[in-house]
Design a protein. Structure first.
Length: 144
């Protein structure tokens, strides 16, 4: 994540919505890649593969969060930003333990490859229609 922050110093995000949607798609792809079974490979290959995926995940988080905050600063009136940020932060903090509980139960019942694969594919079924539906908005840079 630190490397992503340093990289953002040199890169300029011109279209925040496009960066957010691209990050969502990249996150779903990484989630699917976590589901690839690695039992037959060696320990070093498995650790290297997971390390690369975690690195990609951290970069995606930095890019999406930065683009989202920049977009919200542009789209939300200044006098309402505190309330909007508080609501987003509260919802995010609410879903962390719920997600940990849900995935903990799933990992107890199912193999990790199945859980990650189904999660990634489900996310693709949600993200891709959103991307296609808002393609004109993202490509035109319209903030309405």
């Amino acid at each position: 994540m630190l490397g992503g922050g340093v990289l953002l110093v040199f890169l300029k995000i011109k279209n925040q919505l496009k960066a957010i949607y691209t990050s969502m798609l990249a996150f779903t792809i990484v989630l699917v890649l976590f589901g690839i079974p690695l039992q037959s490979f060696g320990v070093f290959i498995t650790i290297g593969y997971i390390s690369i995926l975690v690195l990609c995940f951290g970069l995606i988080i930095v890019f999406s969060n930065t683009a989202m905050i920049t977009y919200l600063q542009d789209a939300v009136p200044t006098n309402q930003q505190g309330g909007v940020y508080s609501i987003i932060n509260g919802i995010s903090q609410l879903f962390v333990p719920l997600g940990a509980l849900g995935y903990g139960l799933l990992f107890d019942k199912f193999n990790y490859t199945f859980v990650f694969s189904i999660s990634g594919i489900s996310a693709l079924f949600i993200v891709v229609p959103l991307l296609l539906r808002s393609k004109n908005i993202v490509l035109k840079g319209d903030k309405s």
